[in-house]
Write a protein that binds this ligand. Structure first.
Ligand code: FE2
Length: 171
């Protein structure tokens, strides 16, 4: 269960997002990948533009995930309250041979990864036991409870923003 959308303005934001990330502090996490802290505030205009675009797609993505599932999300009474918000986000960079162990983002509702840079032969995202090959400017959204991981990097430069999304059914 995953949705993939190509960002139509990826090339316009890439340079400034990378230069902002370059000045942020990264810490090594399990698998020797590098991660920033988890941000709750937006620091540059390009990320605001990206997140507005991501948030504009979240109710349609959730409709697809909930389709034919008997989820209470499908109730008519909730049709006017399909509000989703990016709660926190962070940057990730994968040096050669780095990887991320299997994990999930429970108890958030949805999570995303957005590939700022994905050189040829970048490691896929393995989600729900399936390989998802990634490319620059691509957004992946998936239910947060799903286990996922990233196998060891064969090239360097795979750089992304990842984050967690909340479902605000009453607001
Ligand atoms: Fe993750």
């Amino acid at each position: 269960m995953i949705e993939t959308i190509d960002c139509p303005f990826a090339s316009e934001i890439k340079e400034n997002v990378i230069s902002w990330l370059t000045n942020e502090k990264f810490n090594s996490v399990t698998g020797e990948a590098y991660k920033t802290k988890e941000y709750t505030e937006i620091h540059i205009q390009e990320i605001k533009r990206l997140f507005d675009w991501i948030e504009s797609h979240l109710s349609e993505i959730s409709d697809k995930f909930a389709y034919n599932t008997n989820s209470l999300y499908n109730n008519e009474i909730r049709s006017s309250t399909k509000k989703f918000k990016i709660d926190s986000y962070w940057g990730l960079n994968y040096p050669l041979n780095s990887w991320i162990r299997p994990h999930n983002h429970f108890p958030h509702a949805l999570s995303f990864t957005y590939y700022i840079s994905a050189p040829q032969n970048s490691a896929p995202l393995i989600l729900d036991h399936k390989e998802h090959f990634v490319k620059e400017g691509q957004l992946l959204v998936f239910p947060s409870y799903l286990m996922h991981w990233v196998p060891p990097a064969k090239v360097e430069g795979r750089t992304l923003l990842s984050g967690d999304i909340v479902y605000l059914s009453r607001f």
